[in-house]
Design a protein around this ligand. Structure first.
Ligand code: GLA
Length: 376
């Protein structure tokens, strides 16, 4: 089994787009280690679109790294990453061209999988642009799923068809380990909120070995880079990161990690949040909130050690108070249990509540607790 927890790593796209190079990847690999990302559980360094020449090698038909960007080739980069105990990811596309108009893998799936395996690739993100007319989307993912298996190397298959063709209903059968379910994230509050709202009802099919991928994080971008737009403040980044954790979504960082500030570093390495994300059972959260204001969410998630994650999210423009009525999650008052919660983002420590809990949450922000039941 290749994957039994949501994959964690860093991907070039959100910040760098086509401006990628050997030195960027090596510097980011060094930063990855210096920041303690590896110790926190992050593993994959992933090069997204725009790494190859515009055409295949005319003699071998193989993909060729653009020599100006990657003068030492991909094997040398893979070695650099592997020597540091990390894993190496790359990108291709199920259609004839990639989304940024480089050669795609259509009808070259087995050759390309072999090439990636020979370079030491451990992870393949597989996009969905330029699909030939009349070809079924699911069939293209079946092909690459098969090609990766045939390559003789363990390669994580990260499908990226943006939720087309009811992807959740068939993707697991192709051998994929994660599947993008939405269009591209932008670095603003509306974008990540829209993404989580669209997927909350569909999390029941995201499960160990094949996780719903709600896109690379914009946490720590502060408006810089390709998908930068207006950027977010730290309250929104806290909420975004916590929501990805409640959703058991892959945690692929998208900011320039060479310049990550301390607030971002301590958020993305928060042990308790990562523990929620990496829970082996990957159960979807239950949701309640304030019935008269749909911008207040309370999420309650079963964890594999018998504890629970409890999160309060304020997606409103004003500070406010939100609630957890424990009976909404299956714990009626007459059952005779109280709930002890431990604050994992702030310094409230441990407190015990009976029947319900009220929490003040600033606009755009969240509060997250690990909860356990205690018999009265
Ligand atoms: C699509 C994907 C993005 C990124 C770009 C690259 O838009 O959804 O995540 O990979 O292609 O061109």
């Amino acid at each position: 089994m290749l994957v039994n927890r949501p994959p964690m790593g860093w991907n070039t796209w959100n910040t760098f787009g086509k401006d990628i190079s050997d030195s960027l990847i090596r510097e980011s690999t060094d930063a990855f280690l210096d920041l303690g990302l590896k110790d926190a559980g992050y593993q994959y360094i992933v090069i997204d679109d725009c790494w190859s020449r515009r055409t295949r090698d005319p003699e071998t038909d193989r993909l060729v790294p653009e020599p100006e960007k990657f003068p030492y080739g991909m094997k040398s980069l893979a070695d650099y990453i592997h020597e540091r105990g990390l894993k190496f990811g790359m990108y291709s596309c199920a259609g004839q061209r990639t989304c940024a108009d480089y050669p795609g893998s259509f009808d070259h799936e087995f050759l390309d999988a072999e090439t990636f395996a020979s370079w030491g690739v451990d992870y393949l993100k597989y996009d969905f642009c330029y699909k030939p007319q009349g070809v079924e989307g699911p069939w293209l993912y079946r092909r690459m799923g098969m090609a990766l298996r045939a390559s003789g190397r363990d390669i994580l298959f990260s499908a990226c068809n943006w939720g087309s063709d009811d992807v959740w209903s068939w993707i697991r059968s192709t051998g994929a380990h994660m599947y993008r379910s939405t269009g591209d994230i932008m670095d603003n509050a509306e974008s990540y909120r829209k993404i989580v709202k669209s997927q909350l009802p569909k999390l029941g099919t995201s499960a160990p070995q094949c996780y719903n991928d709600i896109d690379m994080l914009t946490v720590g971008m502060y408006g810089k880079g390709l998908v930068g737009t207006t950027g977010c403040g730290d309250a929104d980044y806290r909420s975004q990161f916590a929501l990805w954790c409640f959703f058991s979504a892959p945690l692929m960082l998208g900011c320039d990690i060479r310049h990550m500030n301390e607030t971002t570093r301590s958020l993305v390495t928060n042990r308790d949040l990562i523990r929620i994300n990496q829970d082996l059972e990957a159960r979807p959260p239950m949701k309640s909130g304030r019935p008269w204001n749909e911008n207040f969410w309370t999420l309650f998630k079963h964890l594999d050690d018998g504890t629970y994650a409890l999160g309060f999210f304020n997606m409103d423009e004003k500070d406010g108070e939100t609630y957890a009525n424990f009976s909404d999650f299956g714990l009626p008052n007459h059952a005779g249990y109280d709930v002890t919660v431990r604050d994992i983002l702030g310094d409230e420590g441990e407190q015990t509540y009976r029947e319900y809990m009220r929490v003040k949450v600033p606009a755009h922000d969240c509060k997250v607790y690990i909860a356990k039941l205690v018999k009265r």
